[in-house]
Design a protein around this ligand. Structure first.
Ligand code: ZN
Length: 137
């Protein structure tokens, strides 16, 4: 049996959700003691979500739209950032053989020596190894 909540209580839950943007968990903290006094049991996240779902028709349509827009914005913002990061990574790294140890590595665009080699001070770096002969010369 679902508990019957007073109109005032339902309105408080909906206002916290749609006007103040609180999460279900935050609302249980906010209204938990009041709920416990009336219903003699703990207020859980599921109870909050149940109240939202059953009483959404009471919420101002504008508030619901605002919330949906906010949720959409979050998705739109997160996605391009992720793609952007991936692109940067690919553009700035090249798979090439380190000129010192000859191991194939993912190296930054303008680097020809891998990190481990650079750290050891006496790596054998020959500038002649990456000059290219142009045809015909
Ligand atoms: Zn190396």
């Amino acid at each position: 049996m679902a508990a019957v909540h007073s109109k005032e209580f339902v309105k408080k839950v909906l206002d916290l959700r749609y006007k103040d943007g609180l999460s279900a968990r935050q609302i249980t903290k906010e209204l938990g003691s009041e709920f416990l006094m009336v219903n003699k049991r703990e207020m859980t996240k599921n109870i909050v979500i149940g109240i939202w779902n059953r009483n959404k028709y009471l919420v101002d349509k504008q508030d619901i739209i605002k919330e949906q827009v906010k949720a959409l914005e979050n998705i739109v913002i997160v996605k391009p950032l992720h793609i952007e990061r991936k692109k940067i990574k690919q553009e700035h790294f090249r798979k090439r053989k380190c000129l010192s140890c000859r191991k194939e590595m993912l190296l930054e665009k303008n680097l020809y020596i891998c990190e481990p080699c650079k750290k050891s001070e006496n790596y054998k770096f020959s500038t002649t190894q990456h000059t290219y002969h142009t045809g015909g010369a």
